[in-house]
Design a protein around this ligand. Structure first.
Ligand code: C2E
Ligand code: MG
Ligand code: MG
Ligand code: MG
Length: 288
């Protein structure tokens, strides 16, 4: 009957909730050892300049290979790492490894590292970045930090000062996932970012929604007038490349170019990409 049914449903949800809580506890416990046990690695996703169709650099993305649960996506473990403070040591590790890796690449290639708001809130971030540059010997202009606008939610005077201190090291700073936050436009006045990354959500809609295309066009115009370079994230199809190119976007990144690659595949990829010609773009592309 209905009552038994409801009880059954309830039991199911409690069980599912229990599973989630358990998984979360296991992740938190195991994440503490992941660094020492060498379970973390960085994959690198290329960024391509639309004007020249050349690779200009790679974004470093954390990967966690769990001995029992396999590959755990950053969407799951970054939040856990932020909630228990582990993101600080993981973030420092990522910075050091990404800089050391990039120092072995040809000099025209940059590396971008994602930085958690929690790292930006700590006083020693500029020292950590400086240390990573010094240890690796990477030229500062080849390093870009990607931060999200959530950095500004609990903004203090320290936050913006720290971003300026980082900029003084000679590195670049990008605003990641632009357009998904609370009040994106206000943040553009707080700090002069070098680069603006348009979130995948807009790119996904680009071919099916006139509104998304209008938003992208205006984000690009805004970025240009503020002298920021523009990157479109999550580009998966040639027609998206064509539209972004027509709208004046500078750089594309996404599965259309490549998925994030393990470190040892970076240089071979760069070599074979040079031989690969620019893909044919549909011309005169219009929304139907
Ligand atoms: P993000 O920085 O915006 O990175 C882009 C995400 O989109 C990556 O997911 C990437 O693999 C994925 N992606 C790239 N191209 C495509 C595409 O064409 N289609 C689709 N569907 N997805 C695409 P990933 O690697 O799972 O990382 C997710 C998020 O986790 C990142 O978003 C970033 O916020 C965070 N993250 C990753 N590594 C780090 C890190 O070292 N430190 C910090 N603080 N956060 C990190
Ligand atoms: Mg990013
Ligand atoms: Mg992003
Ligand atoms: Mg994103």
């Amino acid at each position: 009957d209905a009552k038994a049914n409801a009880t059954g449903t309830m039991r199911y949800f409690v069980q599912r909730m229990g599973e989630q809580v358990r998984r979360r506890l296991v992740l938190e416990r195991d994440l503490r050892d992941a660094l020492e046990l060498n379970q973390l690695s960085l994959h690198y996703q290329p960024k391509v300049d639309l004007a020249t169709w050349r690779i200009i650099g790679f974004e470093a993305l954390l990967r966690w290979q769990h001995p029992q649960h396999g590959n755990i996506p950053p969407s799951e473990f970054i939040t856990v790492a932020e909630e228990c403070g582990l993101i600080l040591s993981m973030g420092a590790w990522a910075l050091q490894h990404a800089c050391a890796e990039a120092a072995t690449w040809p000099e025209h290639l940059q590396v971008a590292v994602n930085i958690s708001p929690l790292q930006v809130m700590t006083e020693d971030l500029p020292a950590t970045v400086e240390g990573a540059l010094r240890l690796s010997g990477l030229a500062p202009h080849r390093l870009e930090l990607e931060i999200t606008e959530s950095v500004f939610i609990n903004e203090t005077r320290g936050t913006v000062n720290r971003l300026h201190a980082l900029r003084k090291l000679g590195i670049q700073i990008a605003l990641d996932d632009f357009g998904t936050g609370y009040s994106s436009l206000a943040y553009l006045r707080r700090f002069p970012f070098d680069t603006l990354k348009i979130d995948r959500a807009f790119v996904r809609e680009l071919l099916i929604s006139r509104d998304a295309r209008a938003i992208v066009r205006n984000i690009l115009a805004l970025a240009k007038s503020l002298r920021m370079a523009t990157v479109a994230e999550g580009v998966e199809e040639p027609a998206q490349v064509a539209v972004l190119s027509a709208e004046g976007c500078d750089i594309v990144q996404g599965y259309f170019v490549a998925r994030p690659l393990p470190a040892h595949e970076v240089l071979p990829f760069v070599r074979q990409f040079r031989e690969r010609s620019r893909p044919h773009m549909p011309t005169g592309f219009h929304l139907g």
